[in-house]
Design a protein around this ligand. Structure first.
Ligand SMILES: *Cc1c(COP(=O)(O)O)cnc(C)c1O
Length: 220
C-alpha cells in the first residue's frame, strides 16, 4: 500500500457509511489521483475549471467529479458537462447561467447552494435569508434544468470548536428548513467538513465531507 492508500484506509474507518467522501485533488497530479482511485475512491473534488476538464479527459470515466471552487459564469460551459455535482453555486446569477447552458445543451445540472456561514468575509455564499427566499418565493422553478440537491458550507478556519459547531448547526437547521418547504427527494446532500473539522461536521449532520490535505498532503 502507498502512503496515500494508507491514509484513505484510516480515514474510511472514521467515516460512517452514510457519509460520502469527496477526495479533494486540486493541485495534485493525475498519478496521485490514480493511487486513490486504485484504493477504490471514485469521488474527486476540483476547484478550477481548466484543471477539472484536463483531469477528467485523462482519467477513468467512472470518476464522479465534484466542482468545489468559485465558478465564474464564463467557465460554466467547461464545468457543467463534466461535473457530477457542483457544490459552489453562490448566486442566483450563477444559477441562471448554469440553467441557460444546460437548457441549450439538453443537460441537467446537479448543484448545491453554497451558504456563507463563516465569519471570514473572504468566503463565498448566499446569506441564509437569501437562500430561503429562493424556495419560499418559488424562484427555483425558473431553473428547470438545474437540480438543487442540497447545501454546502465552510466553517471559519479556527481552533474554536464551539464556533465551528455553531456554524455547522446553523447550516444543518437551514437545510432542514428548506427541506420542509422544497419537498423534493433529490434535496438530500449537506456538504460540510474538511480535513480540520470533518468530525464536527459529521456530528452536526453532514452527508458529504470534502477532504484534501489529510489524504494527499499539503497543497504545493
Ligand atoms: C480545498 C478545499 C477543501 C479541502 O480542504 P482540506 O483542508 O485540504 O481538506 C474542501 N472544500 C473546499 C471548498 C476547498 O476549496
Amino acid at each position: 500500500m502507498t502512503e496515500i492508500q494508507e491514509k484513505i484506509t484510516s480515514l474510511r474507518q472514521q467515516l460512517p457509511d452514510h457519509v460520502r467522501l469527496v477526495c479533494v485533488s486540486k493541485f495534485h497530479s493525475e498519478e496521485t489521483i490514480l493511487e486513490a482511485y486504485e484504493a477504490g475512491e471514485r469521488d474527486f473534488g476540483e476547484s478550477r475549471a481548466q484543471e477539472l476538464v484536463r483531469k477528467a479527459a485523462a482519467l477513468p470515466k467512472d470518476i464522479r467529479w465534484h466542482f468545489i471552487g468559485s465558478l465564474q459564469t464564463n467557465k460554466v460551459k467547461m464545468v457543467v458537462p463534466t461535473a457530477y455535482l457542483i457544490h459552489s453555486v453562490d448566486s442566483v446569477r450563477l444559477l441562471e447561467a448554469i440553467n441557460n447552458y444546460a437548457t441549450k445543451n439538453n443537460l441537467n445540472s446537479r448543484v448545491l447552494l453554497e451558504i456563507h456561514i463563516a465569519e471570514e468575509t473572504t468566503k463565498q455564499g448566499f446569506k441564509p435569508d437569501e437562500v430561503l427566499e429562493i424556495f419560499t418565493s418559488g424562484v427555483w422553478k425558473n431553473y428547470p434544468n438545474v437540480q438543487i440537491c442540497g447545501l454546502m458550507g465552510m466553517a471559519t478556519f479556527s481552533a474554536d470548536t464551539v464556533k465551528i459547531q455553531r456554524e455547522f448547526k446553523t447550516l444543518h437547521s437551514l437545510f432542514l428548513q428548506i427541506k420542509s418547504i422544497f419537498l423534493n427527494e433529490n434535496f438530500s446532500e449537506l456538504s460540510m467538513g474538511m480535513t480540520n473539522d470533518f468530525h464536527l461536521a459529521i456530528e452536526e449532520g453532514s452527508t458529504c465531507v470534502r477532504i484534501g490535505s489529510l489524504i494527499f498532503g499539503e497543497r504545493c
